[in-house]
Design a protein around this ligand. Structure first.
Ligand code: NAD
Length: 365
């Protein structure tokens, strides 16, 4: 009997459906060659769902996600929906409710650069040393993006003020810190906690709670870094890092900085997980409307998102590693998409997906 799983597939908008086709090729290789069957249930989300179902997050999509073992997400958004009220727009109306419904409070982005692929990074070789392997762990459903009150004071129409609230509770910090420490146990056992405790009260609590949680992980080395220093250190000495633990706001900014260290946001996957490791797996980038229909999108972030899904939600670690290896080997053979090319010699989105699928077949056989 084959092990059998169902994943909800939500391609979305822009380049989402294009890069998702390449993830399907990888699934086909797995289903045809390994003792596992991964069924897919494709569902509408984002702008496509607005156009076809009248809402960015239809009930049938939620129901399909509830019945699945994990969610493989493309990307959502585009200019054509920007006139809608904010909570009806693709990102706010689809991604945020999905994260909140499934309590996806952990966001993980692995940022790896293999030494043999140094030339892809905008950093100089002597900074990259032997490559780097960073895991950015970001709190995803708390902090300033959701903190109340937020709004505007309009007492003086000539001088309006606007405000947001950065707020974290002990429990929120404890649960994300626990995940970061647990994940570090399978790595180099170093956690770098990011805050701004020299000026922010919420960061003082963050530092206190993370320090307390660290006492349960005596084998893990904890370092505290101010966010401004962390932003500098990431580009001056990235290989010193292992797990980076961040609040929602700092993680949003630093994880995009990390993304570009490997060469292109088109290569970076991300996972949003709940406490049971049910998750939504998606490329770190957005729907890239500037690339839509041009066959220029890099499918690697979507393919590696599938690899993360297998690793974290389905516990199929070895297959996840095969996929990662297929991507690395394809790049080592010199194949490039436009974003990581010299601008002249490059493969289209579908050609790159086919090359990675072929390399995966060779690895498996
Ligand atoms: P973006 O990530 O879509 O694009 C930023 C840059 O990265 C662009 O130059 C784009 O061409 C490039 N890029 C992104 N993915 C790539 C890939 N796979 N291959 C090659 N290059 C790639 O960000 P943006 O331009 O700020 O946003 C565009 C739309 O995407 C907006 O509507 C935004 O709301 C939405 N968005 C969605 C998500 C999501 O679905 N999770 C995340 C971010 C932005």
């Amino acid at each position: 009997m084959k092990e059998s799983y169902v994943i909800a597939v939500l391609p979305g908008d822009g380049i989402g459906p294009e890069v998702m086709l390449e993830a399907y090729k990888i699934l086909e290789v797995i289903n045809n060659n390994l003792n596992v069957k991964i069924h897919t249930n494709e569902l509408p989300i984002g702008g496509f769902a607005i156009d076809t179902c009248g809402t960015p997050f239809p009930k049938k999509t939620l129901d399909g996600c509830i019945k699945s073992d994990a969610i493989l997400f493309g990307s959502v958004g585009g200019e054509q929906w920007s006139h809608l009220p904010r909570d009806k727009q693709p990102e706010r109306g689809a991604l945020l409710p999905l994260r909140q419904f499934f309590d996806l409070f952990v966001n993980i982005r692995p940022i790896k650069l293999n030494a043999a692929l140094k030339q892809l990074s905008p950093l100089r070789g002597r900074v990259i040393k032997d490559g780097f392997d960073i895991l950015c762990v970001r709190e995803l459903i708390g902090g300033i993006y959701f903190g109340l009150p937020k709004g505007r004071n309009t007492f003086d129409k000539k001088n309006i003020s606007a405000f947001d609230t950065e707020i974290y509770s002990t429990k929120e910090i404890e649960r994300i810190a626990n995940i970061a420490f647990k994940l570090s146990l399978k790595r180099k056992k170093k956690v770098f906690s990011i805050d701004k405790a020299n000026v922010l009260e919420s960061s003082v609590l963050w530092r206190e709670v993370v320090t307390k949680v660290s006492k349960n992980f005596p084998d893990v080395q904890l370092n505290h870094l101010y966010v401004d220093n962390a932003a500098m250190q990431l580009i001056s000495n990235p290989s010193q890092f292992d797990v980076i633990l961040c609040s929602n706001l700092f993680g949003d900014i630093l994880s995009d900085e990390c993304a570009i260290l490997t060469g292109s946001i088109g290569m970076l996957p991300s996972a949003s997980l709940n406490k049971n490791f049910f998750g939504l797996f998606e490329p770190a980038g957005g729907s890239a409307p500037n690339l839509k229909g041009k066959k220029l999108a890099n499918p690697i972030a979507q393919i590696l998102s599938l690899s993360l899904l297998l690793k974290y939600s389905l516990n199929l670690n070895i297959i996840a590693e095969y996929i990662e290896l297929a991507v690395i080997n394809t790049l080592k053979k010199g194949y490039r998409t436009f974003d990581i090319s010299n601008g002249q010699d490059y493969l289209s989105t579908d050609q790159m997906g086919t090359k990675i699928a072929q390399t995966l077949s060779e690895i498996i056989k």
